[in-house]
Design a binder for this molecule. Sequence first.
Ligand SMILES: [Zn+2]
Length: 599
Amino acid sequence: MTIRYAILPADPGAHLFQVTVEIDDPDPQGQCFMLPAWIPGSYMIRDFARHLVRVRALTVGAARVRIAKTDKHTWRCAPVAAGQGLTLAYEVYAYDLSVRAAHLDTTHGFFNGASVFLLPVGREREACRIDIFAPPDRRLRPWRLATGLRPARGTPPGGFGTYLAADYDELIDCPVEMGTFTEHAFTVEGVPHSVAITGRVARLDGERLASDLARVCAAHARLFEPRSRRPPFDRYVFLTLAVDSGYGGLEHRNSTALLCQRDDLPHAGMAAATEAYRRFLGLASHEYFHAWNVKRIKPAAFIPYDLAQENYTPLLWLFEGFTSYYDDLGLRRAGLLTPEQYLGELGSTLTTVLQRSGRRKQSLAESSFDAWIKYYKADENAPNSIVSYYQKGALVAAGLDLTIRAATAGRRSLDDLMRLLWRRFKDAGADYAGLGEDEVAPAIREATGVDVARVLRAWTRDVADPDLPELLRPFGVIAERAPALESAHFALLGCRVAAGPDGRISQVFDASPAQAAGLSAGDQIVAVDGLRASGARLDSVLARHAPGDRVELMAFRRDELLRFDVTLARQAPVKWKLAIDPAAGVRARRLRTGWLGPA
Ligand SMILES: [Zn+2]
């Protein structure tokens, strides 16, 4: 039996998709249909059902069937006569320009199945057929498609027509882009890949982009499959939306949806990769690594996903944090970062984690578990109250990798753990039960012979930090402390001020001069010691003061002007710089080369 979906970008001006879902043999007690409350990979309840409009149920003969909601995202149809098919028809308002939901206007269309396709409850395992129609507006005739869905026979690649998914899980794991995007193809061990770019990008160097992505993809495939070097899918597409400002990505089994700034992408004539372009490659690298780590190797709590509510796991530090560690390491392995640039990135992750006191109040396991209500709903107090399972998770991955390499003279590494988890996934087939929290340390021991149980517990269940400066020493890498003086307000007041003419405080750090004086997020500093210091002038005015000075600061809170006496910090927050020790011995050089490759 097959569930038949159809989707039409009916009215781009009104941002409406028209969708139908049709089944045979509906539940004789009354068939229910539900829409996911969240999309895997983005751990927040989003209630996609709020964008469904005019949901109707019809029999095959087009007779109306009574329909009633039973909860916020479930509809129950009245029973229909035996042998009668049932069709639900509805509209989806699609105006969310993110990687998570759906967007339709006259320039393009994009949707994730989780936000547009109702699931006939109880029929999760049935095959799906999806007819994707071209927009009726003649002016949009040049539109094409890009998606990881399999085209049915008769549907040309990239064409509107019929697509297939083995089940609902695959259906909602294959987002679809439609429009007049540019596309650049490459292969990884014969497997076709492409990058589709929506949005105007002046003088895009698509060839460079494709060849750089090919190197990153090959590096990850080589890690998991050192022999065949093949990725675990028949094709892959990077669906990329380039906008004026925005950043994000969402991983899928054989595609990813990326949101970036136009200027992140390479242009013809660009010599060395810009920092923005390296950041884009890091994002692409991250999402591609997820094709193994979270889309296939999964936390036990995600098997199967419960799409109606939060799915709690204490392991996002492994699935997101390790992926964050490998995204930059993959760029290094692909030759797109030098060892020095790689260490620069690792040093800034270390700095960010260590500068925030939230890491002493929340463990990585707690941060993972509470992602739904904390990380994804971060407020101005986040640096003081939560720890990022991405950033500290990446430090834990680095800490484990360095520990394993040092203990085995470079013969084993974190790669061996990833390969073991990957082999277990492949060997288990349909019986795969996912990874439990208690299985991580034993798996590391099995893969590498190194017992990390005690430190792993301290780093993830407790709030200890991996001591990277110490762990890096045997690799001939020196960690230097320096005062973070890049912005005077951060160094002297201990707060963050949002960019722009308003200059409002966005975050006040624990135990900072700003907090001690009573300054709060949302306050707008306008003067320091009687001199105008709003917006961009704040740093230049503050920078004329010495550490420890007492200053009078005027700020608006809402519309009230308030006065604050502030004692400026005596010591700026610390930042970490990682550098290769030129005097390191042969053994250290050999270990480092095993980790980061030759200089
Ligand atoms: Zn991720």
